[in-house]
Ligand binder design. Structure first.
Ligand SMILES: [Cu+2]
Length: 694
C-alpha cells in the first residue's frame, strides 16, 4: 500500500493532456483537464476550498436517447457533466458539475458512505501505531511500531449500533519484510478500530500473542532461487504480431474485425465498455449498450474476533479503478500490446495518471475457431485435409490490486460473435498467524477449523470471491425481452419410438423483474436469453444473445440472518433482469461502505417492473469458493472465471465462416503437401508388396 501512495504521488504529473478533443464520445470518462476544471468550479462556487477532499469524480452519462441521437442522427453533443462527492466537516456531500455550462448544482449530503479516501487509508494505518494500547500490544510481541506495516480493512456492518452506516476500518499489522512479501509475518491477535469520521482509534483488540512466522517467503526470482532450484532455461513460446495490430483506436473507440466499442475508466468499477456494436457483414448492429463491474464481495469464514468482520465489498468500498496497477509487458500482456493510462481524480481533486493500466491486444489462442475432418471424403487415391480456421481474439485487460489480491478483468471478443467477461484472481492469500508448524502440531485441529495451513505458522482462512457485472444489452435495438430457456423432460414413447424420456426446449418469457431472477444448476438446466422481438433475422427468427453460465457458486448462505449476505443479496441469484434505470449501476448499492442492504438489486426488483419489450438490463454474477492450499503460497496461480455471452439467431450463419485460412497454409498447399506425402509413403509400400510377392 505504501507503494500505491508513492506511485500515485509520483504520477501526479503536469504532462497530463486533454483527451477530450476530435474523437470525443458522450460516454468518455473525465479527462485530466476536466478534472482540473471540476476542482476549480467547486472552489469558485464556494462549495469547496483548496483543502477539500474528494472520494469521487465520475462522468454523468447523458440520457441514452441523447447518446443514440448523437451517434445515429447527427444529434448535438450533450453537456459534459460530472458527479462529485466531497467531504465537508465530518460528512460527505454530492453534487453535479455541468462542465459545458460551468455550473454546479446544489449539494446534498450523501445517503451513505462514499469509497475510502487514500488519505483516510494511510491515516488509519499510521494512527493505530500512535495508540498506547496498540504500542503495548506490539511490545508484548517484542515489536516496536517502526518494525510493522499496517493495513486498514473495511469493517463491514453487522447491524449493531456500533457499525451501522459508520465509516470504520479495522487495522491489523505485519512485520516489515526485508523482501517484497508483505503478508508473510502477520502480527496476529491484535488490531485497532479506526473511526474515519472522527479520525480516531476507538478500540484496540488484543486476543493474545501468536507466534510470528520466521520465513519471509520472498517470491522474486532471486528470492525463490535461494530457497530452491529454478526450472532449467527454457525455449519460450512467445506471442508476436508482425505488421502491427488489426485494430484501430480513435480516441476511446476501438474497431476490430466484426466489433466496435468504446471504453473508459471509472474510479469505482474500473473498465467500462460502452456502445458495443457488431457487424453482420452488411451493417453495424447494436449489441451491448454498456457493461462494467458492478460489485465485488469477498466474505471470509473465520469466526475469530480478529477475522469475523472481513466481508469486503472491494469495488464499492475501495474502488477497482483507483487500485488499478500498471501492467507489465511480456508478463501481464504480450509485449506487442497497446497500453493505455488511467486518469482519475486524487483525494485533493487533482488528476492522477496510472500508467499502463489497460492493455489491448489480439492473440492467436492456439485453438481452432472451427474444424472438421471428413472421413467419408477420403479414398484410396484421395486425401481431403481437415478444414478449419485458427482462432484469434481481442483482449481488453486491466488488473486491480486490492490489498493482497490481484484481480485481472478481461473483456474478450471473438470472431464468431462471442463476448466473454473474465475475472482472473491472483496475488496472495490473506494470512493468519497460528502456533501450528505442521499437521503434527498440538493446535493443528483448532488452527485449521476455518482454514488451511499453507506454511509453518500460517493459515489462510476459507472464503469466497464474487463479481457482479451490469450488462445493459441492447440486442439489435433498445427494446428487448428476456427469456428463460429451459430444458424440460418429456415422454417421447410412441409406437414408432421405443425410447421414453427425452428433453425439449421450453422458452418462458420473463414478464417482470421478480420473475427474472435465475439460479442455475446442472440438474435443472436453463439458460438466460435476451431477444429483440421487434426484429427478424434471415430465417424470420428474432435475434438474441444467450448467457452461458460457466462459473456459478451458491451457498451455504443465509440471506435473512447474515447481514453481510443481505448487503450483497444480489448473490442469491446468478442472473437478474431489471428495467433500465441509469441510477442503478451497482448491485450492492450506491454506497457500499457500512451499507445495511436497503439499497441493493434485491430490493430494487421488489418494484417488479414490467420487462416486456422494454429497455432492460441484465446483471450477471460469477464467483468461486476458495479453500486455500499449500500451492496458493507464497503467491497464487491465476484462477479464471467467466461470464460468457453468445449470439443466438443473430447472424445468418456462423460468423467465423468467413475467416481466411492463413496464407502460408492454404488449403491448396495442404492438399498438395498431403498428396505428395502420400505418394512418397506409397512407393516403399508398393516395393515391399512386390518383394513379398517374390
Ligand atoms: Cu481467495
Amino acid at each position: 500500500m505504501m507503494f500505491k501512495k508513492v506511485l500515485l504521488a509520483g504520477l501526479m504529473s503536469a504532462s497530463l493532456t486533454a483527451a477530450y478533443a476530435g474523437n470525443a464520445h458522450p460516454q468518455d470518462g473525465l479527462s485530466a483537464d476536466e478534472i482540473k476544471q471540476i476542482r476549480s468550479l467547486m472552489i469558485e462556487k464556494k462549495l469547496a476550498d483548496d483543502k477539500t477532499l474528494y472520494p469521487l469524480f465520475e462522468v454523468v452519462e447523458p440520457a441514452k436517447d441523447a447518446v443514440y441521437a448523437w451517434r445515429d442522427n447527427n444529434g448535438p453533443m450533450p453537456d459534459r457533466k460530472a458527479l462529485v462527492q466531497f467531504r465537508k466537516g465530518n460528512k460527505f456531500y454530492k453534487t453535479v458539475v455541468n462542465l459545458s455550462k460551468k455550473t454546479v448544482a446544489e449539494a446534498e449530503q450523501t445517503k451513505g458512505q462514499p469509497m475510502i479516501l487514500l488519505d483516510e487509508f494511510f491515516a488509519a494505518a499510521s494512527s493505530v501505531l500512535e495508540h498506547k494500547d496498540f504500542i503495548a500490544g506490539l511490545a508484548k510481541r517484542g515489536l516496536k511500531p517502526e518494525q510493522v506495516n499496517c493495513i486498514p480493512l473495511t469493517a463491514g456492518n453487522f447491524g449493531t449500533p456500533a457499525d451501522n452506516n459508520k465509516r470504520l476500518m479495522k487495522v491489523p499489522c505485519f512485520v516489515i519484510p526485508e523482501g517484497p512479501n508483505f503478508y508473510s509475518k502477520p502480527v496476529e491477535g491484535l488490531y485497532g478500530t479506526v473511526d474515519l469520521e472522527k479520525r480516531e482509534v476507538i478500540e484496540v483488540v488484543d486476543t493474545g500473542v501468536v507466534p510470528i512466522p520466521e520465513d519471509e517467503w520472498d517470491y522474486t526470482e532471486e528470492g525463490v532461487a535461494k530457497r530452491t532450484d529454478l526450472r532449467p532455461k527454457w525455449n519460450p513460446s512467445k506471442l508476436e504480431q508482425k505488421g502491427g495490430p488489426n485494430f484501430k483506436v480513435e480516441g476511446n473507440k476501438v474497431t476490430w474485425d466484426m466489433w466496435k466499442f468504446h471504453f473508459r475508466i471509472d474510479k469505482r468499477p474500473g473498465l467500462v465498455l460502452s456502445d458495443v456494436q457488431v457487424n453482420d457483414g452488411k451493417k453495424w448492429r447494436n449489441y451491448i449498450y454498456q457493461m462494467h463491474l458492478s460489485e465485488v464481495f469477498v466474505p471470509y469464514m473465520d469466526p475469530a474476533k480478529t477475522w469475523n468482520y472481513r466481508t469486503y465489498m472491494d469495488s464499492g468500498e475501495y474502488g477497482f479503478g483507483v487500485f488499478l496497477s500498471p501492467l507489465r509487458r511480456g508478463v501481464d500482456c504480450p509485449k506487442y500490446a497497446k497500453f493505455f493510462p488511467a486518469v482519475m481524480n486524487d483525494d485533493m481533486g487533482n488528476p492522477v495518471e496510472i500508467p499502463d493500466a489497460i492493455c489491448l491486444f489480439e492473440r492467436d489462442t492456439g485453438n481452432p475457431s472451427w474444424r472438421h475432418f471428413e472421413v467419408f471424403q477420403q479414398g484410396p487415391d484421395k486425401f481431403v485435409p481437415t478444414e478449419g480456421r485458427p482462432e484469434t481474439e481481442l483482449v481488453l485487460r486491466s488488473a486491480s490490486e486490492v490489498g493482497n489480491y490481484d484481480y485481472l478483468i478481461d473483456y474478450r471478443f471473438k470472431q464468431n460473435g462471442d463476448v466473454s467477461i473474465k475475472v482472473g484472481a491472483s496475488g496472495l492469500d490473506a494470512t493468519k498467524g497460528v502456533a501450528s508448524k505442521d499437521a503434527d502440531s498440538e493446535t493443528f485441529d483448532e488452527d485449521t477449523r476455518y482454514g488451511s495451513l499453507i506454511a509453518p505458522n500460517l493459515v489462510a482462512a476459507n472464503h469466497d470471491h464474487y463479481f457482479n457485472f451490469r450488462v445493459d444489452l441492447d440486442v439489435d435495438g433498445r427494446n428487448n425481452v428476456a427469456m428463460k430457456t429451459k430444458l424440460v423432460p418429456f415422454n417421447a414413447n410412441s409406437k414408432d419410438n421405443p425410447r421414453g424420456p427425452m428433453w425439449r426446449v421450453k422458452n418462458v418469457m420473463i414478464d417482470n423483474e421478480l420473475a427474472g431472477r435465475m439460479q442455475f444448476t446442472s440438474f435443472k438446466p436453463q439458460y438466460f436469453m435476451m431477444v429483440n422481438p421487434n426484429k427478424h433475422g434471415p430465417l424470420k427468427l428474432h435475434p438474441g444473445v444467450m448467457m452461458h453460465h460457466t462459473n456459478v457458486s451458491y451457498g451455504p448462505y443465509d440471506f435473512v440472518k447474515d447481514m453481510a449476505m443481505r448487503r450483497n443479496a444480489y448473490l442469491e441469484y446468478t442472473v437478474w433482469t431489471t428495467q433500465y434505470d441509469p441510477k442503478h449501476r451497482y448491485a450492492g448499492g450506491e454506497y457500499a461502505l457500512g451499507s445495511d442492504g436497503s439499497d441493493t438489486l434485491a430490493e430494487w426488483v421488489k418494484a417488479d417492473k414490467d420487462l416486456r419489450n422494454k429497455d432492460i438490463v441484465a446483471w450477471f454474477s460469477t464467483g468461486f469458493h476458495h479453500i486455500p492450499r499449500t500451492e496458493d503460497w507464497p503467491v497464487m496461480s491465476t484462477e479464471w472465471i467467466t461470464v460468457h455471452l453468445q449470439p443466438m439467431n443473430f447472424f445468418q450463419h456462423n460468423p467465423a465462416l468467413t475467416l481466411r485460412t492463413p496464407e502460408s497454409e492454404s488449403i491448396k498447399d495442404t492438399i498438395a503437401k498431403g498428396m505428395e506425402k502420400k505418394a512418397q509413403e506409397d512407393k516403399p509400400a508398393e516395393a515391399k508388396t512386390e518383394k513379398k510377392g517374390d
